[in-house]
Design a protein around this ligand. Structure first.
Ligand SMILES: [Zn+2]
Ligand SMILES: [Zn+2]
Length: 445
């Protein structure tokens, strides 16, 4: 800041006249403190960390010491400072450090199970920060959350524990573990497991109210229960199949949930939406890119939100998007947009302090944008989330055999086959007409 004049009336800054910068940090001389003679954010953060972690951080190489170092070096000290001072999880960390006991995932889990759901959320948030800042190793979230949910249901319905526990241990958990090495879509898979546990409990409760143990239930009661409830009741199939196979029940039948006929966008609006995503600079960049991937490749929003940063790659000089290990060559306009997205400043908060791992970084440490938030943003800009998926699927289905199509889109092979058959009857003529037209064309009517 030029605050003074020399004898020759030239404007100079304070230090040049021999006065120190009053806004410089008195400890590290960084020019960025907010108050005269106040410490800068980073020095304040270091003091705060010392106060909060206290003697716990003194053991060199201890978990608190690692966390202290990593946090003190983060890119945006103000974010960390706000978190420590103002958040529930920050205060929880202070009280945990105060006990002087080493922190473990198991202790946090015990704490999470003993409190309310809100407490558990605070603890899970703290866990994410502890993992992101190296105080704790990563853990498999999915099995841990499933166990926690089972424990909660078991408290409410202890009479079902004898059936639910082996169902979860030997059927749900192994399947969840097999999927657990893929971090993407964690929330979706947690909900998948919770739904199955809840429905199994609801089914057992309904039968018990009729005075029936599972072994006595007949097909008649199953049908009546399915017919009386919402369509989600069909998801009890997973439990019923397991119970029958293990000899806990008679041979009971639950059909797959009847699905409504998929509804596609009509072809013109599909191309118009795509055109808008590729060219409309008034839309936020993440809406344009996510929308274009959705419309072109029919990817589910949960998958788009969880795309890692290295899903965008260059192969033989072409920009590709790697969807489930399959590199797909991108049309030029979308390649440019996605490249721009990766160079964009991450959103505020924790994301700014984490190494960039996701195409769509979220505001929580090390996490991608949640699919709910992404879907809401797309919808807010009039990009239809579900019908768009249908249309793009139909188009992809034209060119790919189901065995390749299915894993790429996260579909069951049978479903992929059905899509393909539908595509063959409805869309051949349309695709014929479109063949050879570049993606970036102007929409015409
Ligand atoms: Zn100067
Ligand atoms: Zn300083």
């Amino acid at each position: 800041m030029l605050i003074a004049f020399t004898d020759g009336r030239r404007r100079v800054c304070g230090p040049c006249t021999g006065h120190g910068d009053p806004y410089a940090c008195p400890r590290c001389a960084s020019p960025r403190s907010y108050t005269v003679r106040g410490l800068c954010d980073r020095c304040t953060l270091q003091d705060e960390l010392d106060a909060v972690l206290g003697p716990a951080a003194e053991a060199p190489d201890g978990q608190y010491a690692r966390m202290r170092t990593a946090l003190a070096e983060c890119d945006h000290p103000r974010t960390a400072l706000n978190w420590i001072r103002n958040s529930y999880s920050g205060r929880l960390l202070a009280s945990l450090a105060f006990t002087g006991r080493p922190l473990t995932h198991d202790d946090l889990e015990t704490l999470a199970r003993s409190g309310t759901r809100g407490d558990a959320q605070t603890i899970d948030y703290l866990r994410e920060v502890l993992v992101a800042y190296q105080a704790l190793p990563e853990r498999d979230e999915l099995p841990a959350r499933i166990e926690r949910h089972l424990a909660r249901v078991g408290e409410r319905r202890p009479e079902h524990a004898l059936l639910l526990r082996p169902y979860v241990r030997w059927s749900l958990l192994p399947r969840a573990r097999r999927a657990a090495h893929r971090r993407a879509g964690l929330k979706h898979r947690i909900r998948w497991a919770y739904t199955r546990i809840n429905l199994a409990a609801a089914f057992l409760t309904a039968m018990r109210e009729r005075g029936l143990a599972l072994a006595d239930v007949t097909q008649h009661e199953v049908d009546a229960w399915l017919a009386s409830g919402p369509g989600t009741h069909y998801e009890v199939r997973d439990f019923v199949v397991w119970a029958a196979r293990r000899g806990h029940s008679r041979d009971l039948l639950v059909p797959h949930r009847p699905k409504a006929d998929p509804e596609g966008l009509d072809e013109d609006s599909h191309w118009e939406f795509l055109q808008q995503c590729l060219t409309d600079t008034a839309l936020p960049l993440e809406v344009r890119t996510a929308g274009a991937v959705l419309l072109l490749f029919g990817q589910h929003v949960t998958r788009i939100a969880a795309l890692p940063a290295d899903a965008l790659a260059t192969v033989d000089g072409h920009t590709v998007l790697i969807l489930d290990r399959t590199p797909i060559r991108l049309p030029e306009p979308l390649a440019l947009l996605l490249t721009k997205l990766t160079r964009q400043e991450p959103p505020g908060g924790w994301a700014a302090n984490s190494p960039r791992r996701w195409l769509f970084p979220g505001t929580r440490p090390g996490r991608h944008l949640s699919s709910t938030v992404l879907a809401r943003r797309l919808t807010a800009h009039c990009i239809p989330v579900r019908p768009a998926r249908t249309t793009a699927l139909v188009q992809l289905a034209q060119d790919l055999p189901p065995a390749i199509l299915a894993p790429m889109l996260g579909l069951h092979v049978i479903t992929a086959q059905q899509w393909r058959r539908r595509a063959a009857t409805d869309w051949t003529a349309y695709l014929e007409a479109r063949r050879g037209e570049p993606v970036g064309r102007q929409a015409t009517r």
